[in-house]
Design a protein around this ligand. Structure first.
Ligand SMILES: [Zn+2]
Length: 380
């Protein structure tokens, strides 16, 4: 990892320098060629599997692409100890071998050798594409990615469609009125994390106690991350099993992160991770996952499309145009479902009232999604 870190820094310096001095862009291929040349005289480079080195250059390339697309800041030089993972991009070629024997379980990593590991999942039968070795504090993990055949998308009919709104009060709210709160253990762990943070701030710089406090905090953040991941896996599993069409709000996380008060809660809620999990779990079953725009989804009446202001404290949407009264988040979820369905060309009128369990008369006689379509001005 240290060799990879130095390589990253050197390649970054090279690209940066070439651009600043001569307005030349150095390509990934040129840098890979250079590595092959340098390797002849460097024992350090020789000690690392060649494709792992090329992956460092690939990561740098991606960091630049993200920067050009304005999705990230300019790539940074990495400090000692801050390069935390290496990737074998084509593990199937023999550079990585997972040997499971009865007595001990080891993984072979080219240029590193046999490493004892704990396998907590049966390896897949698919082709082992990538292998990433990563360090989290004092813990080491190996992540194996397998290629499996795509699941054939299941066609129509859609029987259990759902729209999902992401929120802070309820983590998710569905179009059929299911609310899920953030998990309690997560809150407990987070509270402890905040406590440790305060403790750390009281420690003197450069002291041994400060180092210890940093370690404790890192350990606790890992715990928070694991708890969240576990919860998101379970919740996304439930969603994928329950519905055959999922429309989830498209969050503009980057834009919202500028608003500091909201930013923390957003990152804590782990929405991006949840969306990702739901996405692949739904698709693996051959079902459809869409992310329509959430623009004005809370402001729009889900029945007549009337638009009104909805300040954050207002928990109920009551429509002055058609009289529809519905929970704020549920209203948004139904709008998202509708947008999701129209995105794939499904007519919501066929699906909503009977199939998805939305009861037209529950809150108001007019709450059926199609009875008033087009009759009220000012929609959209
Ligand atoms: Zn209305």
């Amino acid at each position: 990892m240290e060799t990879c870190r130095r390589l990253w820094n050197r390649c970054l310096a090279e690209r940066k320098g070439a651009w600043e001095n001569e307005r030349i862009s150095v390509s990934r291929f040129e840098q890979n060629r250079q590595i092959a040349v340098d390797k002849r005289s460097s024992a350090f480079l020789q000690g690392v599997y060649s494709h792992v080195l090329q992956d460092v250059v690939l990561r740098l390339e991606r960091a630049y692409q993200a920067f050009f697309k304005k999705n990230a800041r300019y790539p940074k030089f990495k400090k000692f100890g801050s390069y935390d993972s290496i990737t074998y991009p084509d593990a199937y070629n023999g550079s990585v071998r997972l040997g499971v024997t009865r007595k001990n379980t080891r993984i072979y990593l080219s240029k590193i050798g046999y490493v004892p590991i704990l396998v907590h999942r049966d390896p897949s039968n698919g082709k082992n594409k990538r292998c990433t070795v990563k360090r989290e504090g004092i813990e080491w993990y190996v992540v194996l990615e397998y290629e499996v055949p795509d699941v054939e998308p299941r066609g129509l009919p859609i029987e259990h469609p759902v729209g999902i709104d992401l929120g802070l009060k309820a983590l998710i709210t569905t179009s059929d009125g299911w609310h899920v709160k953030p998990p309690k253990p997560l809150k407990v762990h987070e509270r402890r994390l905040k406590h440790l943070q305060r403790e750390l701030s009281r420690k003197q710089k450069g002291s041994k106690n400060r180092v210890k406090a940093i370690e404790r905090m890192a350990k606790q953040s890992r715990k928070v991350a694991r708890t969240r991941r576990d919860f998101n896996h379970k919740l996304s599993r439930q969603i994928a099993d329950k519905y055959d069409f999922v429309a989830m709000e498209k969050l503009q996380i980057r834009d919202m992160a500028h608003n500091h008060r909201l930013a923390k809660s957003i990152h804590d809620a782990g929405w991006g991770q949840l969306c990702g999990f739901v996405d692949y779990k739904v698709q693996r079953k051959g079902n459809r996952f869409v992310q329509p725009s959430a623009w004005r989804s809370t402001m729009e009446c889900n029945v007549c499309k009337h638009v009104k202001d909805m300040p954050l404290w207002l928990r109920v949407y009551s429509c002055p145009a058609c009289g529809n009264t519905i929970g704020r988040d549920e209203n948004a979820a139904r709008n998202i479902l509708e947008r999701g369905l129209s995105q794939v060309g499904e007519d919501i009128a066929e699906l909503m009232p009977v199939e998805s369990g939305v009861q037209p008369g529950r809150t108001n006689d007019l709450a059926s999604p199609f009875c008033e379509a087009g009759t009220v001005p000012g929609g959209g």
